[in-house]
Design a protein. Structure first.
Length: 370
């Protein structure tokens, strides 16, 4: 799959631009604060319907305007699909697919698959569990549309249950309502846990092979899904176990005022040579592990949807040494890639047969002769 064209109107610092990338390496070069990352953000938004930089859609709208527009034409499995997204200042958005208005937002998920790699991803091991949960959720939302629905519903019910927990201490009759919310959480949560477990199991198998190459066989990586303090195994018991946990913890939840256990508290354990990498890995090992995870995402999505996703590399080259750059750049041969950098020196050490360079300055973008 690849993007054939990208049009932005009043998106971030762009008033009106159209980009026609090649199905190869697209280098977006320019000084800081000129708009390089905004291009990558718009592509990511086209695939996920959200930004990886802000929770507020209104921040995507160019200063002085009340709407932003993104149009992306995607070639996938020999078919071209046009996605149009209109974002307004009330943090609401509308989506059209091939001109049709009568669609749900979730219908646009999975049309464009993207994997993004930025300096923040290098901190995946050291950051808190919420960052690693986000890592899983972002990919599952793309390859399993039903997962997105289950996650949205789970978070909605969780918010309702937590709000009730804050007031139930003085109204014991509301305990029955808590049990209803617990049943709903177990229903949606069981789908989430099963999907995450399967995703991590597949990801770990792929990452193990990639990590061996990156480390010249010196390290073995293992990725495990940690559910409620234990490594999840028995899929048939997920819903029952979740419900039991929710019901057994009600008194503690009331005391704390929020739901203590559930998929919203889960984590990923990453081990290198059998040792927890979150605690004991060196910075170099952390970066190799993060790189292995990102390259594994590419292969996993290809296995799920039949084509490689679009790869977005946002200012990450300068954070990697020459050996890790080499392994990352090896993916470019068969994947459409957008790479942002402040200088072409970041990639001049490597040869590419299929490369296009775009220069960004003050919200304008021009293709350079190569």
């Amino acid at each position: 799959m690849h993007i054939e064209s990208l049009e932005l109107i009043n998106f971030r610092n762009y008033s009106n631009i159209t980009l026609r990338p090649i199905n190869g390496l697209n280098v977006i070069v320019g000084e800081n604060a000129q708009g390089k990352t905004n291009i990558v953000e718009a592509i990511y938004y086209s695939g996920s319907l959200k930004s990886y930089r802000t929770f507020k859609d209104r921040e995507l709208i160019r200063w002085g305007n009340d709407k932003a527009y993104i149009k992306t034409e995607i070639k996938k499995q020999n078919n071209t699909t046009k996605i149009e997204i209109l974002i307004n200042s009330q943090d609401k958005k509308g989506v059209r697919i091939n001109g049709s208005k009568n669609i749900k937002l979730s219908d646009a998920l999975g049309i464009l698959n993207v994997v993004i790699f930025s300096p923040e991803d290098l901190k995946l091991l050291k950051e808190g569990p919420s960052v690693r949960r986000k890592f899983i959720d972002n990919e599952l939302n793309q390859i399993r549309p039903k997962y997105h629905h289950a996650l949205m519903q789970y978070n909605r019910v969780l918010l309702q249950r937590n709000n009730l927990l804050k007031s139930v201490s003085n109204k014991s009759s509301l305990k029955a309502e808590l049990e209803i919310f617990s049943e709903q959480l177990a229903e949606y949560g069981s789908f989430i846990v099963e999907a995450r477990h399967e995703f991590i199991k597949k990801l770990s198998m792929i990452a193990r092979l990639i990590h061996r190459k990156i480390t010249n066989g010196d390290e073995e990586i293992e990725i495990l899904y940690q559910h409620d303090g234990t490594y999840f195994e028995n899929k048939d018991q997920i819903k029952k176990n979740l419900l039991n946990n929710f019901l057994n913890e009600i008194d503690k939840d009331i005391e704390r005022g929020y739901t203590l256990k559930g998929p919203h508290r889960d984590d990923i354990i990453i081990k290198i040579n059998g040792i927890d990498a979150r605690i004991f890995a060196s910075q170099g090992q952390q970066r190799s592990a993060a790189l292995s995870l990102k390259l594994s995402e590419l292969e996993l999505i290809k296995a799920e949807v039949g084509e490689y996703p679009v790869l977005l590399l946002d200012d990450v080259m300068s954070e990697l040494d020459i050996n890790r750059q080499k392994h990352l750049l090896s993916a470019f041969k068969s994947i459409q890639t957008f790479l942002t950098c402040t200088t072409l020196n970041d990639i001049n050490a490597f040869h590419f047969d299929n490369k296009s360079v775009f220069s960004v300055k003050e919200g304008t973008i021009t293709r350079q002769q190569t």
